[in-house]
Design a protein around this ligand. Structure first.
Ligand code: NAD
Length: 350
């Protein structure tokens, strides 16, 4: 396995590998940058095809967290962790307690939270071994997913306003890929706002539920990209915008929760060339981390949700600057995030 030469390494501050034969835990924790504060990021449990694939995923996700926290104005750094294993069959309280021990060894430089394949309940087991766990029910903000859905909904409204000149979402057609924690919540907000939904998931049960509850049209997972819609909302896994999918897109806007939607950075330019407005993933999906950043003795959910809704204006700024500078939106977002980190480094050095 290559590490320093991995294209995603990007000067990570720390990458740690943990194996616990007793519980079967195999985990990687990546800390990208702590200039703005301790690294906070979710724990993904996934049956990766190889350890290399797991490493690449954690590095990409961790770097994304650095930029997400920076752009959202949070005093947090970027980090992420992955547990290699099948979330449906290999979970146990002992495995998550062992994971909590691994997190604890980092003395607060990394704070773990929920992500794909892990739940609040899993993290509560981890919390029995370390206090550096966020987004749990007891004494915390609980599941961050509803805040993420709320943020994506507000970001999607900004994209519709900027890209479609739509003052509301009535009759706007949205294709939602993935009906998990975030995607399903997003559908609920969209439906309440009058949008028309086309949905898919690899689990038929969730699809049937969305059809019944939101009057959504269901399509097969492989058919969602080419739907004739105004907005495509990727809410499943990453790299969904690539050389194969982009030519098939009919949507004028991409606005969804999934992390790392662009298979490669160059795909952001390809979208711009095609006149497709892309809401950078780590900006539009920052709702969960904003909520978690409010945790503490004075936690106030309403105040946190108000800050989540500000994703709307952050995105409008990015869209406007992208057009002014004739550059892809993801580049503008990176630049704004990096500017804040660099300014903080300069202040710390002086
Ligand atoms: P989840 O696991 O609850 O939901 C993902 C859903 O996508 C599942 O229902 C799964 O069956 C479905 N799916 C997987 N592959 C698919 C495919 N090929 N086609 C259609 N459906 C498919 O995860 P989630 O918490 O809802 O997160 C969704 C995305 O948003 C992830 O990329 C995650 O990293 C990102 N995200 C989540 C949060 C959060 O607060 N949960 C925050 C920021 C970003």
């Amino acid at each position: 396995m290559t590490i320093f030469s991995n294209p995603e390494f990007d000067n990570h501050e720390t990458v740690l590998f943990f194996k616990d034969p007793k519980t079967g835990l195999k985990a990687i924790i990546a800390i990208h940058d702590t200039t703005l504060g301790p690294a906070l990021g979710g724990t993904r449990m996934w049956n990766y095809g190889s350890e290399e694939e797991a490493l690449t995923d954690v590095l990409r996700l961790s770097r994304g967290m650095t930029y997400k926290s920076s752009l959202t104005g949070l005093n947090l750094g970027g980090g992420k962790s992955v547990i290699i294993g099948d979330a449906k069959t290999q979970k146990s309280p002992e495995l998550f307690r062992a994971f909590g021990e691994a997190v604890g060894r980092l003395n607060g430089n990394y704070i773990a939270a929920e992500d794909v394949g892990t739940s609040v309940e899993d993290l509560e087991y981890a919390r029995q071994s370390t206090s550096y766990i966020a987004g749990i029910s007891e004494g915390g903000a609980g599941d961050p997913s509803p805040a993420t859905s709320w943020g994506v909904f507000n970001g999607l409204k900004a994209a519709a306003k900027y890209g479609l000149n739509a003052t509301d979402l009535k009759g706007v057609r949205v294709a939602v890929q993935g009906l998990g924690h975030v995607g399903y919540g997003l559908c609920k907000h969209l439906r309440e706002a009058g949008a028309e939904l086309i949905v898919t998931d690899i689990y038929d049960q969730m699809v049937q539920k969305a059809v019944a509850e939101f009057d959504a049209k269901a399509v097969k997972p492989e058919e969602i990209i080419q739907q004739d819609v105004d907005i495509f909302a990727p809410c499943a896994l990453g790299a969904v915008l690539n050389d194969e999918t982009i030519p098939e897109l009919k949507a004028k806007i991409i606005a969804g929760a999934a992390n790392n939607q662009l298979a490669e950075d160059r795909h952001g330019q390809i979208l711009r060339d095609k006149g497709i407005l892309y809401a950078p993933d780590y900006v539009i999906n920052a709702g969960g981390i904003i909520l978690i950043s409010h945790e503490g003795p004075t936690f106030n959910r309403d105040k946190a949700m108000k800050q989540v809704a500000e994703i709307h204006d952050t995105l409008l700024n990015i869209f406007t600057r992208a057009d002014r500078e004739n550059r892809p939106t993801h580049e503008i977002a990176y630049q704004m995030a990096r500017e804040r980190i660099e300014n903080t480094r300069l202040k710390m050095a002086s």
